[in-house]
Design a protein around this ligand. Structure first.
Ligand code: SF4
Length: 357
């Protein structure tokens, strides 16, 4: 694999994360972990062993906005402190990850500027609905306002001298297209060259589908059996007709590499324009003009989104996952895990004491 993203929940809840990363590096050229940055010590400890790893800390805006959205009083400070410490240790591949919604859109450019001053990466996303997020009611309400903030970010990125940032500008241009419910700018090839594995060993094309689409399970199949199975083929047929039009970096980044001419042409055109002082405008997307001119309504666009206000909440678990959880509640598993971690730490401390004595 050329790239692996470890995500959650919160990956650093797991005390065996280092072992997972160690094993993954045997198979993957590059690894990035998405985290809330809360477990500073665990993150720094892991980075000491793997200085080449990427760390993206989810920060949802400036301090007050972030803490309100994340529900953590000191969430911003903890995330920011972790990032600063990682920089001080010389980690190169670190940055912010922000999921843009109505509430935090005005913080988009200010947060980008902070990350830029710190010499960090700045990854963006917007609201999605799926079995994995156990949520079907995510929606952007004020599309023109959110798109205007993305437009400003695109112009900031195009001003820079970094080709990587110019391609990020294209990604953010795609986010405007996504929040207006339009067809993806690039094909989606999830399940053909990219996949998603959950903690129960279920392999899926992605984490964006409405219901969990399982290609197979690694606890009972080898990789080759799974990848070439009729179930996997069935899922691939569904992916070919998928109309969810997600625009998340996990499915867009491989597509941008594979269908490079489209983003390359866009980048060349817009960088050249910016050199002549001409700015990118969200109204280059015809749908933005149609909404502004009253040719489509907000309600029409709401219908194009994946938001389903009447959806029955789906726990997103496959049969294998349900079997693994039989007779247990999620809280029981987490509590047992935390107890186990405390126990291991106590044993380690005791051993240490004995050795010192
Ligand atoms: S568009 Fe792609 S990433 Fe989104 S649900 Fe469909 S297959 Fe998955």
């Amino acid at each position: 694999m050329y790239f692996t993203n470890i995500t959650g929940g919160e990956p650093f809840i797991r005390t065996d994360l280092k072992e997972i990363v160690r094993e993954l590096y045997k198979l993957s050229d590059r690894i990035v972990i998405s985290t809330n940055g809360f477990f500073t010590d665990r993150i720094l400890d892991l980075c000491k062993e793997f200085p080449q790893i990427g760390i993206r800390i989810s920060i949802e805006g400036l301090e007050q906005t972030n803490n309100e959205i994340r529900g953590l009083n000191d969430g911003y400070q903890r995330g920011y402190t972790t990032l600063k410490k990682l920089r001080e240790m010389g980690m190169k591949d670190v940055g912010f990850g922000m999921t843009v919604q109505d509430k935090n859109a005005p913080d988009l450019v200010p947060l980008y500027k902070i990350s830029d001053e710190m010499g960090m990466e700045f990854a963006t996303a917007s609201l999605h609905n799926s079995f994995y997020f156990v949520e079907s009611k995510n929606i952007i309400h004020d599309r023109p306002m959110v798109a205007k903030n993305f437009e400003d970010l695109v112009n900031e990125l195009l001003k820079s001298n970094s080709p990587k940032k110019w391609f990020r500008a294209y990604f953010n241009h795609g986010l405007i297209n996504y929040i207006y419910g339009q067809k993806r700018l690039l094909p989606c090839d999830m399940s053909f060259d990219t996949f998603f594995i959950d903690p129960y060993g279920d392999v899926m094309p992605c984490n964006g589908t409405k219901d969990k689409e399982v290609m197979g399970n690694l606890n009972r199949q080898t990789w080759n059996e799974l990848w070439n199975s009729p179930e996997a083929e069935k899922v691939r047929r569904k992916v070919r007709c998928c109309d969810r039009n997600c625009w998340m970096i996990g499915s867009v980044s491989p597509a941008m590499h594979k269908y490079i001419t489209t983003p390359l042409f866009w980048v060349a055109k817009h960088k050249l324009k910016s050199l002549f002082g001409l700015k990118y405008s969200m109204y280059e997307n015809p749908i933005c003009c149609q909404l502004r001119d009253g040719k489509v309504s907000k309600e029409d666009l709401d219908k194009l989104s994946t938001c389903d206000l009447s959806a029955i909440v789906n726990d997103g678990l496959s049969e294998d996952s349900k079997e693994a959880l039989k007779g247990k509640r999620g809280e029981d598993i987490v509590n047992a895990d935390v107890m186990g971690q405390g126990y291991e730490a106590t044993v380690a401390e005791a051993k240490n004491d004995i050795e010192i004595k």
